[in-house]
Structure formats: C-alpha cells, structure tokens
Design a protein around this ligand. Structure first.
Ligand code: FAD
Length: 392
C-alpha cells in the first residue's frame, strides 16, 4: 500500500495550486485526476487566454450563503501574489478591462507554469486515475484507487463544480462531502447564457452575432457591459453576470441606452430633427438591422414629429427598460460556474479543513463560493488552494 502526506483529488486550478504550495513546504503530495489532462478548464478559460485574476478582487465579488467565509483566504493570497508567480515565469499578460488580467498568448502559459511549479516541488501527478472509495481510518484516509490503496493523513477535495461535464466535471466532491456528514447546498448553473422562446427567440435569432453595450438588471443587481444576441437567446458578459442572480420566471431589465435618459433623449431628438424616421435615429445608435427590427416590431417607424407624448414615453420605456423573460439557461452544458455546493459553515475559513472530519479539506469551486465574471473564480481557486496547502 502507498502512503503519502497529502492526497489531492482534482488537478484543476485549486488542486494544482494546493499541490505546488504544499510540496514546496516539503510535503509529499499525490495529485490525482480522472481526466487525461490536468487543468482542462484553465485551457478553455477566457476564450483561450485565461482571465487568471482580477486586480480588484474583493469579497463582494463572490456569492455564498456565508459571505464572510472567503475573506480570510482572499486576504492571505491576493491577486498580487499570483501576478508575482506569473511574472516569475515571464508569462506575458495585460489588463483587458475592469481589472481583468488575461494572457497575451494562450491559457496554456498558465497551465504550464503551474505544472512546472508542481514538477520542481516534486508533486506526483496521476492522470486517468479513478478514486473508487474513501474510508476514514485512525491515521487519516484510505483511498481505493486505480493505483491501488493509498493512505494519507490529509485528503483535499478539489474536484470543482458541475459545469461542463465534457471537461471532466462530476458531482464527486459533493458525494464525498455528504459521506462525511456535510451539507451540500442546492446547486445551479451560473455565468450562463439565457435561452428564449416565442417572439423573443425570433428576434434573438435574427440579430444573432450582434453585440450592444447595455445595462442589465435583475433582483436588485445591475451590470454595465455588452449583451450578445445568439441563435439560442442572449449571452455576452452582462447576461452571464446577471444569470447568476436570475431565477426561473424572473424578468431581466435591459437598458439599451445606458448613457442617456431615454425619454429626454427622444424628446430632444424630436425637437431637433422632427422629420427623421425613428428607425433612422436608432440606426445611428445600434446596427441598421437592429434598428429596423426594433422599430418594426415595437413601434412602427414613422417621422419623429408624428409620435404623441404618450407614444414617445412608451418607446422610451422599451429602450430604457426592456423587460425580457428568459425561457431558461443553457444549464451546466455551457455554464462557466456552479452556484451552491459544500456548505462553508462546516469548513474552517482559515484552513479549509472540515469541522466534521479532521484531515479532510475542500477547496475551489466545490465549495459554496462563486465569483462574478472577470477572473474572480480563478482567484478563489488560487487563494483557497494556497490556504489549505499551509495546513495539510
Ligand atoms: C469555459 C469556461 C471558461 C472559464 N473562464 C474563466 C476565466 O477566464 N476566469 C476565471 O476566473 N474563471 C473562469 N472559469 C471558471 C473557472 O474555470 C473555475 O471556477 C475553476 O476552474 C475552478 O477551479 P477548481 O480547481 O475548483 O475546479 P476545476 O478547475 O474544474 O478542476 C476540477 C478537477 O477535478 C477533476 N475531477 C472531477 N471529478 C473527479 C473525480 N471524480 N475524480 C478525479 N478527478 C475529478 C476534473 O477533471 C478537474 O481537473 C471558466 C470556466 C469555464 C467552464
């Protein structure tokens, strides 16, 4: 039987960070993944350029039923710590917007950096390896695996959430949590495109590929970013952000004129250019196609001077506060993250260790801590992985 100081299940963002940090402390670390490759989500992330952190990371950028939980780990491993690692490896990067740091080249730069740190620190990485069973023993944990039995005093669960099963996601971490007496809070897809039906779907299909700067609001939250019309519905950064706050049946409000008060703007245009058609005016703000579609399906375009004050108010209401009720979301198939997960009230925020089963740790997305779009989810993976690595 093998024995080691630490077993980490899941060689994703959190597992790799935990492994390289614990091994650098002199711990013997076995890192196990059932996939044929480590860090598949890192490779897919940020459109292939990995948005690896956000300079403005703050606990307010995370959802959790226990909002204070993430504070300690985030304070002990900051974006600047990860940036220092990236710089040490000479990985070129840039700020795209809003503090979001992306690789200049490919996400592979980040994965290679983490794997190189693991290699230097002596982490034993085993891919294509299934863990069949886990038992608690006097000395720690006994795992039955494809590698045979493995005994370890510390076991770290870093198996992530349910999003994108084709990238290796499973509910394994939740099963282990339940096995050891933890509560798993209801999970749902987050940072996910909306699907639409009926007339709205037709509009989205016709406008497929069009991106518009908007302010999108739902359940008291607002994001000022672009939306993207797709064949299936609505996507783009503003939609992904708001999807994490949306519940089935909720309306989402889209302000298509986020820089102006829609009514004042229309009244001003009506006085300044009374003979212009509404669709001509909208064509100066949106694409021509979008202007025509909106004007035709919502207002019946005519010269501005012919709209009554009531009609103008109606148009302003549509442009400034378009109420959209999505049919649903695309679900885990395309979601970037999973909301909910292992209840953090039974986890130490200092060590990430279970309060129910000593020596068992949970890190990364498997926990009920989920970031907004913009590099926050990786920062949580790095910070929680680093925190556990100090104590395993
Ligand atoms: C398409 C996409 C793009 C994204 N882009 C960004 C971005 O740019 N910036 C950002 O901050 N976040 C991004 N995210 C979110 C980010 O990838 C995750 O939040 C982060 O990877 C979570 O890290 P983790 O280590 O907890 O889980 P993961 O990275 O998902 O790693 C979990 C690992 O566990 C393994 N595993 C699962 N089940 C088992 C099992 N039963 N046995 C053994 N191994 C198992 C998996 O194979 C995987 O390697 C993106 C997500 C997706 C899907």
């Amino acid at each position: 039987m093998r024995s080691t100081d630490v077993v980490i299940i899941g060689a994703g963002a959190a597992g790799l960070m935990c492994a390289l940090t614990a091994a650098a402390r002199g711990r013997h670390v076995l890192l196990i993944d059932h996939s044929n490759k480590a860090g598949k989500k890192i490779l897919m992330s940020g459109g292939g350029r990995c948005n690896f952190t956000n300079m403005y990371t703050d606990p307010a950028n995370f959802f959790s039923q226990n909002p204070h939980f993430c504070k300690s780990a985030l304070a002990r491993y900051t974006p600047w710590d990860f940036i220092a690692l990236v710089s040490k490896h000479g990985v070129p990067y840039h700020e795209k917007k809003l503090g979001q740091l992306f690789c200049d080249n490919k996400s592979k730069d980040i994965l290679n950096m983490l794997l190189e740190e693991c290699r230097r620190a002596g982490v034993e990485l085993h891919l294509n390896t299934t863990v069949h069973q886990i038992e608690k023993t006097e000395a720690g944990y006994l795992l039955s695996t494809d590698l045979g039995p493995i005994a370890s005093p510390s076991l770290v669960i870093a198996t992530g959430g349910l999003s994108i099963p084709t990238l290796g996601a499973t509910g394994f971490g939740y099963e282990i949590a339940r096995q050891f007496g933890h509560t798993v809070l209801a999970t749902r897809a987050g940072l996910v495109p909306f699907t639409t039906d009926g007339r709205l779907k037709e509009l989205c299909t016709e406008l497929s590929g069009t991106s518009v700067a908007c302010q999108v609001s739902c359940n008291g939250q607002s994001f000022r970013e672009s939306i993207l019309f797709t064949h299936r519905g609505l996507s783009g950064p503003a939609i992904l952000q708001i999807s994490s706050f949306w519940r089935p049946g909720d309306a989402v409000e889209i302000n298509l004129l986020p820089d102006d008060d829609a009514l004042e703007w229309l009244q001003g245009q009506q006085s300044a250019r009374p003979n212009s058609e509404l669709k001509t005016l909208l064509g100066e703000v949106f694409t021509k196609k979008m202007a025509t579609l909106l004007a035709d399906s919502w207002f019946a375009s005519k010269p501005l001077k012919q709209y009554t004050p009531a009609e103008l108010r109606d148009i302003a209401g549509k442009l400034g506060a378009w109420q959209v009720v999505p049919a649903g979301t695309e679900g885990y198939r395309t979601a970037e993250v999973t909301l909910g997960g292992v209840d953090t009230r039974d986890i130490s925020s200092k060590t990430m260790e279970s309060r129910k089963s000593p020596g068992l740790y949970f890190i990364g997305e498997v926990l009920d801590v989920t970031g907004h779009l913009g590099g926050f989810n990786f920062q949580w993976a790095w910070a929680s992985g680093y925190a556990a690595a100090q104590f395993v």
